[in-house]
Ligand binder design. Structure first.
Ligand code: SAM
Length: 281
């Protein structure tokens, strides 16, 4: 089933949290003059117009990136992420929003490499167009990212960020995330893995971070942003989370400062709050 199109959600509160964390993780890798790989198992189209097409339909970005656009009191790493999105909007008007592959593209250096998977035929074509200027620095595959990941592990430079961002349209995705990580960790235990998940009133979604904490890992960080109360009818997404395996040691302190600010800017109702947990053994 491939009915999900990320364009409908581009720039929403979930993208803000995801791409903020992605930016912080790649900025950390960039602190060393050694190459990294970025592997995106579920890439989407890579780049979205907010003024036309799917993204303009429900305009979810209005309750996401748009709320941060004119803020001038943001913590440094949050301001850095907003400025990165502004670099795709050179006239200063919020018209375009990059997906996770283009966030990585903006941060990569000559020796860094990206490996991208996308199954939807239309989004795959768009993605190929959006990254074709990277030439040999990028490999884009129309293939299942869960299954394809193993072929790239361990990556030659032994430094990598793997983003796992499935649509969770099918409930098997929760289990497949866990299974994929178990296998990936046997091949490349020291990589940084970032998993996005939706906060829903469903057992699988609530259990996912708990299950990931049971993986054979010494160091993890879990951050979730709730923008509203869970709905009375039990449906819909009231927030989203990121589970990061082998996070940089700086991430927790930076998010401690950022998350209250994100709650303030992105709250839809009084149910807005955040979760931030971290273990390093
Ligand atoms: N990571 C993107 C971003 O942050 O900009 C958004 C990705 S979106 C949440 C999920 C994407 O995964 C959709 O474009 C969907 O077509 C694609 N997809 C679904 N199942 C897949 C699979 N097994 N392997 C690769 N891509 C898949």
């Amino acid at each position: 089933m491939l009915s999900y199109r990320h364009a409908f959600h581009a720039g929403n509160h979930a993208d803000v949290l995801k791409h903020l964390v992605e930016t912080m993780l790649l900025d950390y890798l960039n602190q060393k003059d050694k190459p990294w790989w970025y592997i995106d198992t579920h890439s989407g189209a890579g780049f979205y117009s907010l003024e036309e097409g799917f993204a303009s339909k429900k305009a979810e970005y209005r309750e996401g990136i748009a709320r941060l656009w004119h803020a001038n009191d943001l913590p440094a790493a949050l301001a850095r992420y907003v400025n990165l999105i502004k670099s795709f909007n050179p006239d200063g008007q919020l018209r375009f929003y990059p997906g996770s592959p283009m966030v990585a593209e903006r941060l990569m250096r000559d020796e860094d490499r990206v490996r991208l998977f996308e199954l939807h035929p239309a989004d795959f074509e768009l993605l190929e167009d959006n990254v074709c200027h990277l030439r040999k620095m990028a490999i884009v595959q129309k293939a299942d990212g869960f299954a394809g990941l193993k072929a790239f592990l361990p990556p030659p430079p032994r430094r990598a960020l793997v983003l796992i961002d499935p649509p969770y349209e099918v409930k098997e995705d929760y289990h497949t995330v866990e299974k994929t990580l178990k296998d990936a960790l046997t091949r490349f235990a020291t990589g940084t893995y970032a998993v996005w998940y939706p906060c829903l009133q469903r057992h699988d979604s609530q259990q996912l971070p708990e299950k990931l904490k049971q993986l054979p890992i010494d160091s993890w960080l879990h951050v979730a942003l709730h923008v509203q109360h869970p709905s009375a009818d039990g449906f819909g997404m009231h927030g989203s989370g990121m589970f990061v395996i082998n996070p940089p040691w700086t991430l927790h302190a930076a998010l401690q400062e950022i998350m209250p600010v994100l709650v303030e800017y992105l709250a839809i109702d009084s149910g807005a709050d955040f979760v931030l947990e971290h273990v390093s053994r």
